[in-house]
Design a protein around this ligand. Structure first.
Ligand SMILES: *[C@@H]1O[C@H](CO)[C@@H](O)[C@H](O)[C@H]1NC(C)=O
Ligand SMILES: *[C@@H]1O[C@H](CO)[C@@H](O)[C@H](O)[C@H]1NC(C)=O
Length: 344
């Protein structure tokens, strides 16, 4: 999802130049996310962005454990991941079928991962599992609202509990090199458009969880890096489902975002990790929305993030005029939302 920014093209060009600067600077830095020889666990990895992440980390030399519910899809995905290995003789691959929204689901995944990995916890855990159910809020059942929190927020929160309990156990701190815990949120956490009221709060809660944990981990003196990735529209199997329930107004508000392929979204996210970023976005619209929403989160690059957020603060005089205007117009044209054709 994203916003249509048609009315401030000139500002966009200026900002576009500025947002490139940290990327250019990143070209000269050393890789801060070297997974060669490491063990990586990815949830939601049987399709879409999660699968692309697993493939691309295998290309970089990681041993990979993919997690999802459907065994058939996991087997297909694991073949792709294996085929991508840069060093097939030393890299290992495994899938674990699990529902990370179930009670103790994440604990079981981590226990199985450790058993498979010769008693060692994975070095990197990346929570990609999640799904959006766009809809008119008043037309949405309570059970879907709860499910949105389970699949998007609790899937990350429970996994954090499960893996951090291993990494931060009294005897474990300082052993086995740097660790990375990565959450996948959404640009909906930055700009929760109409239609995402059941989904966006779960994604925003992930950002909050990430900030708080990143600080709390400092208590342990452990070499653990937290990151949260904020994808925009991904042209994945998940989007086909989203499209089925998405309100007309939400389609209109998102018109400016053509979306990225799962491969491109994964590649952009990994690039951010390699640059050592904490809150990671992919693409121009992502940069703008993040700049509007740093709040108290740790910055990636204080100078540029601060400068961009000043510019975006001015742009935000225009954005609501455009976006809220579209919503009012849609409401006038189509009447009371209870009369819209039912989607499910
Ligand atoms: C989850 O784990 C806890 C602690 O080990 C246990 O008490 C509880 O019964 C488990 N719940 C389920 C549904 O397995
Ligand atoms: C979702 O809907 C948009 C807008 O109609 C369309 O451009 C896109 O191709 C659809 N994507 C999928 C995966 O169905």
């Amino acid at each position: 999802m994203a916003l249509d920014l048609g009315i401030w093209t000139i500002a966009s060009v200026v900002v576009g130049f500025l947002v490139l600067i940290p990327s250019i600077m990143g070209l000269f830095g050393k890789n801060k996310f070297d997974v060669n020889g490491k063990t990586v666990l990815v949830t939601g990895a049987s399709e879409g962005m999660g699968r692309s992440v697993a493939v691309q980390l295998a290309q970089r030399g990681a041993s990979v454990i993919i997690v999802a519910r459907n065994v058939g899809k996991l087997e297909e995905a694991l073949d792709l991941v294996k085929a991508a290995a840069s060093n097939p003789s030393s890299q290992r691959f495994q899938y674990i079928s699990a529902d990370v929204t179930e009670e103790n689901g994440s604990e079981r995944v981590i226990a199985e991962a450790i058993a498979w990995n010769n008693g060692q916890a994975p070095d990197v855990v990346w929570c990609v599992a999640g799904s959006a159910h766009p809809s008119i809020y008043l037309e949405t059942s309570r059970s879907i609202k709860r499910q949105q929190m389970d699949i998007n927020y609790w899937s990350c929160a429970d996994m954090a509990q499960a893996i951090l309990s291993e990494w931060l156990a009294p005897g474990a701190v300082g052993k086995g090199g740097q660790k990375h815990l990565i959450f996948t949120s959404s640009v909906a956490a930055f700009y929760p458009l109409a239609g995402y009221a059941s989904y966006a709060p779960a994604k925003a809660a992930i950002k909050c969880l990430s900030d708080s944990l990143a600080q709390e981990i400092l208590l342990y003196g452990a070499d653990i890096k937290m990151h949260t990735v904020f994808p925009g529209t991904i042209n994945s199997p998940g989007l086909i489902n989203e499209n089925k329930t998405k309100p007309g107004i939400t389609f209109q508000l998102e018109e400016g975002d053509p979306g990225l392929t799962p491969d491109d979204m994964a590649a952009g996210s990994i690039k951010g990790l390699e640059n050592g970023e904490y809150l990671i976005v992919v693409g121009f619209l992502g940069q703008i929305m993040r700049a509007a929403c740093w709040g108290c989160s740790p910055r990636n690059n204080w100078l540029w993030d601060t400068f961009l957020s000043w510019i975006i603060a001015i742009a935000w005089f225009f954005v609501p005029i455009d976006m809220d205007g579209k919503v009012r117009k849609y409401g006038k044209k189509h009447g009371h939302p209870s009369t819209y054709p039912k989607k499910n």
